[in-house]
Design a protein around this ligand. Sequence first.
Ligand code: NDP
Ligand code: HSE
Length: 455
Amino acid sequence: MESIKVGLLGLGVVGGGTWKVLARNAQEIARRAGRTIEVTRVAVRDVAKARMLLGDTVAVGADPYAVVTDPSIEIVVELIGGETLARELVLQAIANGKHVVTANKALLAKHGSEIFEAASARGVIVAFEAAVAGGIPIIKAMREGLTANRIEWVAGIINGTTNFILSEMRARGLPFETVLAEAQKLGYAEADPTFDIEGVDAAHKLTLLASLAFGIPVQFEKAYIEGISKLAAEDIKLAERLGYRIKLLGITKRRPQGIELRVHPALVPIKSMLANVEGAMNAVLVKGDAVGQTLYYGKGAGEEPTASAVVADLVDVTRLLTSDPEHRVPHLAFQPDAMADTPILSIDDVITSYYLRLTVADQPGVLADLTRLLADSGISIGSMIQQPTETASESASTSVSTSANSNASASVHSADLIFLTHEALERNVNKAIAAIEALPFVRSRVTRLRMESLA
Ligand code: NDP
Ligand code: HSE
């Protein structure tokens, strides 16, 4: 049978990996797909650099539109990244009747509805396994493997760069900037690494997972996003002492009032599976009503792990080419006319447990006042520790790399309090924090971190 012709947009970390994996495993892949998958055209900016990897066997140019308009090409693989040009190219490829494979979570989280609608209308597939959790086949698992289940929640570590940064800082005591530079060198970070650090990349991926889990439209703009840049080294250490590890989590949960959709650092019990996911590894926990909890673990970023997902999509599309478009697996797991309009909840409506740290004047009555205030706000304390003040919390670092700032004179008169609460409504916790910060004996802002047991 004739080979299937593929056009590749981008030959960077993921594009280069895709080329290498396709070349190395060509025979094995053809045996699985039923046809040879052949990249016949590539678009990059630096053509000379691309030639060094590709040799003379493939047409290479700097015009990506030449790929999406080439009549011989059946599948376009978009690995350029970004939203503007990528959106135009993907929509044009679809309009030209080409199937699309993309790793671009930013594009799909923001323009997914438009793109999937256009693809369904034209009868083509948009496959995006590589867009979430790199090499882990989480899209396939949620769209097909778990299709019997009413999904209750999905939670995971879905950004390799931030997990790598947190792991290396904790285990090797390396400064934030050093580890970030290393993540960039290894090809984990986004073109704009603030997407990783500020939780935006994880929110792109979580938005897609929420759609697959609950059959809701992609709604990136409603996600609550908090990254790791304001995390203080002191809290990472304290969490460890208390039996927790801090991870950047993406959580989406079905509640009677709507759906939680949130990315933020969270304390997870040190013995939990997620706490032990280190480096650039990703892990996604999915709770279904029939299957219970399932865990998906693997490399979430990097050249060949991501290429593994891109090539899996290429094989999937090749196998489905002759299938009736009406009977293919829907892009977002649910039939397009069966999508739900369940609201996304505000972060104020989230219910979870909290870690609260503050510095107070070490004088009689302080604890009594604080515990009364928390109780009046409907917040129950699970445990509490008091320790002599080690740092000037008022100057809590804006970067995890900032070293502890010891303040000997303050430590004479101050104490640090750490409260671990039972589950509480975030709105109530915020109100309590505002009231606490107004108390005369409170000498710092309250550091508030969420805690997730994922039981
Ligand atoms: P890179 O920056 O490494 O590669 C981008 C590629 O696109 C380069 O080859 C670049 O060409 C090419 N390119 C950019 N703009 C143009 C243009 N205007 N015309 C033609 N070619 C262009 O990015 P990655 O491979 O890391 O990421 C690609 C996509 O995959 C992104 O959407 C990213 O979010 C996603 N992704 C990345 C992962 C990773 O681990 N890196 C993991 C999962 C998803 P040139 O080299 O000549 O400049
Ligand atoms: N920048 C992303 C990460 C790449 O670090 O997880 C994989 O999507």
